[in-house]
Design a protein around this ligand. Structure first.
Ligand code: MLT
Ligand code: MN
Ligand code: ZN
Length: 307
């Protein structure tokens, strides 16, 4: 199974044209140590011919352009894109669905909660119905989903609940709210051929026993590294909301991602979905050094791996 990181950044985008934090200023001032990053997304394939995107954000066109294996053709409206797997309905993971309307029929995977949201608060499906067709496949924690048009691929997707936090734009939507809502999930992608798996958790509000069990078993971990600290955005005066209230578990601190995952046996531990304010983006920062000492890698756009 081939995995390509199409984008590394968290929802805020990088660089924000109006952001005054030192990371964004560094990019605008041409500091070589910092590179603009596209928003978090992966491409996955078991045959290098049919590709699935995991999440489709605002940068999806640039991401397709950046990776020759996703270029359209050979026929008119043909594309190697077979589908999109959504881990949530956040804008940084779904806006790209609107840009993919030129493609032929895609299979879109997500939880039933995400499907309902894409029919109501962010009515992507109503908007697209006269442009293209798609097939919906529900992700559910109780069963594994096999990728492929006939369910005949060698990649299976296991769905792990992460949080019941709806995106900000859907928070006032009283309609259809239920305790069973599953707004955010993590995925474990198993390659039946190699027997290996990748755990992908672009958001992590807390590490539940079920999440911990997956992360301890996975060969490669790719988990959120949105914020270094709980009050990162508060400290730079960007907002009054802390990481937890935005649905993110910070990297540092006694309950943080680094401390927790450092002892897990995975071959590789990679941080992704990194906010522009995060000091780990700066080469040579002490925060980045600490993480590297603990055995973590920081994802970058274009990173590829075989799982
Ligand atoms: C987040 O990760 O907190 C959200 O995706 C932010 C956003 O997209 O605006
Ligand atoms: Mn996000
Ligand atoms: Zn910034």
């Amino acid at each position: 199974m081939r995995i390509r990181v199409l984008g590394t950044a968290a929802g805020g985008g990088f660089p924000q044209w109006n952001c005054a934090c030192s990371n964004c200023r560094g990019v605008r001032e041409g500091n070589d140590a910092l590179k603009p990053l596209l928003q978090s997304s992966l491409a996955v394939s078991d045959n290098e011919t049919d590709w699935y995107l995991i999440n489709a954000g605002p940068d999806v066109h640039r991401q397709i352009e950046s990776f020759a294996k996703l270029h359209p053709g050979p026929g008119i409206r043909e594309t190697p894109l077979a589908g999109v797997i959504l881990t949530d309905a956040e804008l940084d993971h779904t806006i790209g669905l609107l840009s993919l309307r030129e493609g032929s029929c895609l299979t879109i995977y997500g939880t039933d909660t995400v499907r309902r949201c894409l029919q109501s608060a962010f009515p992507v499906f109503q908007m697209l119905k006269n442009y293209c067709s798609w097939e919906w496949q529900s992700l559910h924690p109780d069963f594994e989903q096999k990728l492929g048009p006939l369910g005949d691929g060698t990649i299976t997707v296991q769905t792990i609940p992460v949080s019941k936090k709806p995106p900000l734009y859907a928070q006032s939507d009283k309609e259809g709210k239920s305790p069973e809502d599953l707004w955010e999930v993590g995925l474990v992608l198993h390659n039946e051929r190699s027997g290996k798996c990748l755990a992908y958790f672009p958001t992590l509000l807390r590490i539940t026993p079920a999440i911990e069990a997956c992360l301890r078993k996975a060969d490669i971990l790719m988990v959120e590294g949105t914020f270094w600290s709980e009050d990162e955005l508060v400290k730079i005066g960007a907002t009054e909301r802390d990481a937890g209230s935005m649905g993110h578990l910070p990297i540092s601190g006694p309950a943080g991602i680094a401390e927790k995952l450092a002892s897990y046996p995975a071959e590789r531990k990679i941080l992704i979905h990194i906010n522009n304010s995060n000091p780990i983006l700066r080469q040579g920062s002490s925060e980045r050094y600490k993480l590297e000492q603990l055995g973590f890698e920081i994802a970058c756009d274009g990173m590829e791996m075989e799982v």
